[in-house]
Design a protein around this ligand. Structure first.
Ligand SMILES: C[S@@+](CC[C@H](N)C(=O)[O-])C[C@H]1O[C@@H](n2cnc3c(N)ncnc32)[C@H](O)[C@@H]1O
Length: 276
C-alpha cells in the first residue's frame, strides 16, 4: 500500500549516516540522501513515524534498538550479485592459485567469501572447483559471510531466479540446479560445500568466528567504505590468511591509498594480493 517518501533533514541525514558508518563502515555521500529516503520511508511508516527524527530516537533509545540496527542495515546495504561475476578472477583462482596451493601438498583448503550477499559468489566457486576437476584433490571448506541477515538466509536456502544467472553459459542452470517452476535450487553437492553465517567485516569477533583461510574473496563491498574502513578490513584479512594466502578484491577496487604488507601481483587485466 504505502509509501510516500519521507524527507530527511540535513542534520538527520548526518546523524543517520554516522550511525550506519559506526555499525558497518558503509559511507553515504550527501548525494545519496535520496537513497536513504527511498529505502527507509516504508520502514518509518511501518513503525508509524512521520519523520526521521522519530526514527533516530527509536534507533538510539528504544528497547528494540539492537534488532532495528539489523533491519536498518538490511535495508541500506547494496546486495547486487550474480553467478560467475567477474569470472576472470574465479578462473585465475582455479587455474593458478589453487593448483599452487595443492602443489605445496595442502589437503585442507579454506576459502572465504567475505561479503557473499545471497551466495552466488561462494556457490560459483563450489561449482568451478568441480568444473576444473579440483574438487577431489583436497578437502575444501567454503565459508560465506555477510552483514545482511536476510541475504544470508537466502544464501542458505540456495534458491535463485533469472537475474542471478545473467551472463552464465548455456546449460549452467540445468547442470548445477534443480528447476522448480520459475526458481532454481542449487544441487546438494554444491550446497553442502558452502557454509553461511552472519559476519560484519568490522566486528572484532569476526576473525575468531571464521578462523584462518588460504583464499579470501571480498568483492564489491569495500567500495562503500572510506579509507579508514578499508584499512581496518585489509589488516583483518592479512591476519586471517595463512602464509602464503591470497586475497581477491573487486575488479575495480583499488588499495592504492592503503598501507599493507600484501604483495600485489598482476594476472590478465586484474590484480590479486598475496601474503607471502
Ligand atoms: C554488492 S554485494 C557484493 C556481493 C559479492 N561479493 C559480489 O561481488 O557479487 C556487497 C555486499 O557487502 C555486504 N556488506 C556491506 N558492508 C558489510 C560489512 N560491514 N560486513 C559484511 N558485509 C558487508 C552487503 O550486505 C552486500 O551483500
Amino acid at each position: 500500500m504505502l509509501t510516500n517518501t519521507i524527507k530527511i533533514k540535513d542534520e538527520e541525514f548526518f546523524e543517520l549516516k554516522e550511525i550506519i558508518y559506526k555499525a558497518s563502515a558503509i559511507t553515504f555521500a550527501e548525494s545519496k540522501k535520496y537513497l536513504l529516503e527511498n529505502r527507509l520511508s516504508k520502514r518509518l511508516q511501518e513503525l508509524n513515524f512521520n519523520s526521521f527524527k522519530e526514527y533516530l530516537y527509536y534507533l538510539k533509545y528504544d528497547i528494540n534498538r539492537i534488532k532495528e540496527m539489523d533491519t536498518l542495515l538490511n535495508l541500506v546495504t547494496i546486495n547486487e550479485t550474480y553467478f560467475l561475476r567477474e569470472r576472470q578472477q574465479m578462473d585465475h583462482l582455479m587455474k593458478s592459485t589453487i593448483p599452487a596451493i595443492l602443489t605445496r601438498g595442502k589437503k585442507n583448503i579454506r576459502i572465504w567469501s567475505a561479503a557473499c550477499s545471497t551466495g552466488e559468489e561462494p556457490y560459483s566457486m563450489a561449482i568451478l572447483l568441480r568444473e576444473y576437476a579440483l574438487s577431489t584433490r583436497a578437502n575444501y571448506e567454503i565459508i560465506g559471510t555477510d552483514i545482511n541477515t536476510e541475504v544470508v538466509d537466502i544464501a542458505k536456502k540456495g534458491v535463485y531466479r533469472g537475474m542471478s544467472f545473467r551472463g552464465v553459459p548455456p546449460n549452467f542452470q540445468s547442470t548445477y540446479f534443480t528447476q522448480n517452476g520459475l526458481v532454481y535450487e542449487i544441487k546438494d553437492e554444491f550446497k553442502h560445500r558452502v557454509r553461511f553465517q552472519i559476519g560484519n567485516l568490522i566486528s572484532h569477533t569476526l576473525p575468531a568466528q571464521v578462523g584462518k583461510f588460504d583464499v579470501i574473496f571480498c568483492r564489491n563491498a569495500l567500495i562503500y567504505f572510506d579509507i579508514e574502513g578499508k584499512q581496518k578490513v585489509l589488516d583483518m584479512f592479512y591476519n586471517c590468511l595463512n602464509t602464503p594466502g591470497y586475497l581477491y578484491l573487486g575488479h575495480s577496487e583499488s588499495t592504492i591509498k592503503i598501507k599493507s604488507k600484501f604483495v600485489l601481483q598482476n594476472f590478465g587485466n586484474g590484480v590479486f594480493h598475496i601474503k607471502e
